[in-house]
Write a protein that binds this ligand. Structure first.
Ligand code: GLA
Length: 391
């Protein structure tokens, strides 16, 4: 991390003159192990924070001006705005995320008396589904909290603020999982979160003879304006019909039996399938965490495989390329489980692989993927990191 700190300071100096009084911050991306598209259905999720994420060098100003520069998007140049004009603009590009967070914090009545200069650099591959947006949101919140001494803001508030700004400033109706995983990350632990209550529990991920591998299909997923919002509406439609016959608040309130007994009130096939995914995936996540606590990694992996099929068939949120990654992984000895991770429609798979099978896994998946799609897959062995911090 130290290298990135020096790099950010250097870039800050280049963009804004000198580095006196500049602080550098980090917030992680996340990978979700199981529990997909359950977070806006009042269900459970099981993500962990990564050691890759987004960095920012930040210094407060004496006026109301905000200036942003990204080392990843140098062509966007220095984007300038003012605390007194936080409306979204057509040329906001990536700055819509930090602007949205500052706007959301202002909206909560938090005191942000002056503007700031901010240089950002992210190490999460863009469009990979590993939450580069959420990490940028949590990073902005962390920096603002620290720079202006807003100690009343908790890390769970940072997650809520990030989700609120993404929903209301960026037009993406995401749940709370990504921002929560980034804001509440804990080294070597996954977070078992009940999104209905925000009650959570850390679960140590000590796999001994296996590791977690992310495989990037390099098919970019963009959830803003994607089918993501449609999936959410389909679940809402199914819920509205179910509520006419059973007393529930969210699909996450249902067990499989009650769903099966009542599913016929959902009139559209697509909405029924989406609801089936949400209900079964939530129950699967609870069972998977129970299995992990008992040390039954094989059962955890089996549930991951089921989760993929459900996400691909019932939720129609995978894509042919990620299906190839996962189905290839399933055939390899030493792969305990593999599934698409994150919002879907592209992005990455996550797999649990025995240590002595890792080389063969990478080689076989890489070869088959290129043979079938003409694309190149990238592999990252996951190390689970902490939440946001000042470096
Ligand atoms: C995206 C959203 C999350 C969650 C996942 C799917 O990452 O931002 O809130 O809904 O998709 O599990």
């Amino acid at each position: 991390m130290a290298d990135y700190k020096q790099m950010l300071l250097k870039e800050f100096g280049k963009a804004f003159g000198d580095t006196d009084g500049v602080n550098v911050y980090f917030a992680p991306g996340r990978v979700n192990l199981i529990g997909e598209h359950t977070d806006y259905n009042g269900g459970h999720v099981f993500p962990c924070a990564l050691t890759i994420g987004t960095y920012a060098a930040v210094r407060k100003r004496s006026d109301r001006v905000l200036r942003f520069y990204s080392v990843n998007f140098p062509d966007s140049g220095i984007v300038e705005t003012s605390l007194d004009d936080m409306r979204p603009k057509a040329d906001d590009s990536w700055t819509a995320y930090p602007k949205g967070v500052i706007w959301a914090m202002q909206g909560r009545g938090l005191n942000i008396p002056t503007g700031l200069d901010m240089v950002v650099y992210g190490t999460i591959p863009a469009g990979s589904g590993l939450s580069s947006s959420a990490s940028l949101e949590v990073l902005t919140g962390e920096a603002i909290r620290d720079v202006f001494g807003l100690n009343e803001v908790s890390n769970i508030d940072l997650a809520r603020i990030g989700q609120y700004s993404e929903n209301n400033y960026n037009g993406m109706n995401c749940g709370i999982m990504d921002q929560f995983a980034s804001a509440m990350g804990k080294k070597d632990n996954a977070i078992f979160l009940d999104t209905a209550t925000l009650q959570y529990e850390y679960a140590p991920i000590a796999l001994d003879d296996a590791c977690i591998i992310i495989t990037n299909s390099n098919v970019k997923h963009s959830l803003v304006g994607s089918d993501y919002n449609t999936r959410r509406s389909e679940c809402e439609e199914a819920l509205a019909e179910l509520k006419k016959v059973i007393d529930i608040n969210a699909l996450g309130d249902l067990d499989e039996e009650t769903f099966e007994a009542n599913k016929d009130v959902i009139s559209k096939d697509n909405c029924r399938a989406r609801a089936r995914h949400a209900v079964y995936e939530n129950r699967r996540t609870i069972k998977a965490v129970e299995a992990l606590k008992k040390g039954d990694v094989a059962e955890f992996g089996r549930l991951m495989n089921e989760a993929h099929t459900s996400m691909s068939v019932d939720y129609a949120a995978s894509c042919p390329e990620v299906d190839i990654l996962v189905e290839t992984a399933w055939k390899i000895d030493g792969v305990l489980g593999s599934r698409i991770t994150g919002g879907g429609f592209g992005g990455c798979s996550v797999s649990i692989v025995l240590n002595d099978a890792v080389e063969n896994f990478k080689k076989t998946v890489a070869e088959e993927y290129t043979a079938k799609t003409g694309l190149t897959a990238d592999f990252y062995v996951v190390s689970i990191g902490d939440g946001p911090c000042r470096l």
